[in-house]
Design a binder for this molecule. Structure first.
Ligand code: GDP
Length: 406
């Protein structure tokens, strides 16, 4: 049986308090996935997602760019969400188009006020999340303390799947508690091949693995039955249980690393694929038809088109409208209906945004996130749909002006 290609798509957001390291994590993801070949540094203003000069000057992420990258046979559409509280509406709109997110925390500061407000917004949108405790190399970084602050302030069930190897300056890797193997990185941030758990950490790793199994069994009794059948929680079972718990929002898988030192990014990407949902795993999008009744659209390329414009930017390439296609297919040159402005629109070029490059596409299907050139009326918040099957995905009146990007 041929698997649906949509199963290999992850529409991912990175959520964080300003300064927790969202830009650095994003940058390292683009680097690890081969999307960029140069490691941008936040302090020298060369990062890819922050390409608004105003943003570079202010040192905060205000530009919600969508960037597409590839990891282990999957496509990850990375939607950058602003961490600054002044851009709450933009965060809200980004959250609408995500299927899953990584919440980044500073290992020393733990949960900060803005991480809490963005977390609550994500709760409202039902976005499944992983937690990444960043800056494990910093003086005073203690994973258990950061996890305790997640438990106290955000979620009662953080499930830690790694044990750090070394601390602060000597943080060199993690024990993967699911596979019971050591993942370490060189001083340059290159991943070493997976290795057996070091002798001095074996007892502690076994203890933490048991705690993890017990927590999973308590939260997900179905997994416990399998545990009894086989006599041991197999890796597959634990992964499946963690996937269920993440997608239902009943637990949050916690990983750690140091984005700055390029440590922990590959396991984070593996976790994104393993635990966060594809467009096929989320409920059908809902909208309102012309007659005022609710319409639901499945993530099916053959269904009538329903797409949401979530960001419009004026770039050197032209006016780019960033779209999440929820159902149906859009093709280059198609005439679609802007249900918000109530007028037809013609799709010019369709682009997949890859960091600083744009790859032209002939069409985009349900589940995808792309940019379209040539739309005249669409604004952030506009619905584009099939002319003969109109619906509005977001109430009118929330559209925002075009953002200028040099
Ligand atoms: P953002 O505001 O969340 O996008 O955070 P940035 O990615 O801009 O990072 C904020 C600051 O923390 C910058 O000076 C980064 O260099 C630094 N930083 C990011 N990740 C790490 C890390 O893993 N360790 C340390 N020590 N510093 C980091």
């Amino acid at each position: 049986m041929r698997t649906n290609p949509l199963a290999a798509v992850r529409n991912l957001g990175i959520l964080a308090h300003v300064d927790a390291g969202k830009t650095t994590v994003t940058e390292r993801i683009l680097f690890a996935t081969g999307t960029t070949h140069k490691r941008g540094e936040v302090h020298d203003g060369t990062t890819v997602t922050d390409f608004d000069p105003q943003e570079r000057d202010r040192g905060i992420t205000i530009f919600a760019a969508a960037v597409s990258c590839a990891w282990d046979g999957h496509r990850i559409n990375l939607i950058d969400t602003p961490g600054h509280v002044d851009f709450a509406d933009e965060v809200e709109r980004s959250l609408r188009v995500l299927d899953g997110a990584v919440a980044v925390f500073d290992a020393v500061a733990g949960v900060e006020p803005q991480s809490e407000s963005v977390w609550r917004q994500a709760d409202r949108h039902g976005v499944p999340r992983l937690a990444f405790v960043n800056k494990m190399d910093r003086a005073g970084a203690v994973l258990d303390d950061a996890v305790a602050s997640v438990r106290e302030r955000l979620h009662p069930a953080p499930l830690v799947v790694q044990l750090p190897i070394g601390a602060e300056d000597t943080f060199t890797g993690v024990v993967d508690l699911l596979r019971m193997r050591a993942l370490t990185w060189t001083d340059e941030g290159e991943a070493n091949p997976a290795a057996p758990v070091p002798d001095d950490l074996r007892a502690e790793a076994a203890r933490r693995r048991r705690l993890l199994e017990e927590a999973v069994a308590e939260l997900h009794p179905g997994a416990l039955e399998e545990f009894c059948d086989t006599g041991a929680l197999g890796t597959g079972t634990l992964t499946g249980a963690l996937r269920d718990l993440t997608r239902s929002g009943d637990a949050v898988v916690v990983l750690c690393g140091s984005a700055y030192r390029n440590r922990g990014i590959e396991p984070l990407l593996d976790a994104v694929l393993a635990y966060l949902p594809s467009p096929l795993d989320v409920p059908p999008v809902r909208g309102t038809g012309d007659d005022g009744t609710e319409r639901r659209r499945p993530a099916d390329p053959a269904a009538p088109l329903a797409a949401l414009a979530f960001k419009v930017s004026a770039t050197a390439t032209g006016r780019l409208t960033h779209l999440r296609v929820y159902s149906g297919t859009i093709g280059k040159g198609d005439t679609v209906w802007d249900a918000t402005a109530r007028r037809p629109e013609r799709i010019g070029r369709i682009l997949r945004v890859q960091a600083d490059r744009h790859a032209p596409l002939d069409r985009a299907v349900a589940g995808d996130i792309v940019a379209v050139v040539g739309l005249k009326s669409a604004r952030a918040g506009s619905t584009l749909c099939a002319p003969d099957a109109p619906l509005v995905l977001e109430p009118p009146g929330v559209a925002e002006p075009v953002v200028s990007v040099a």
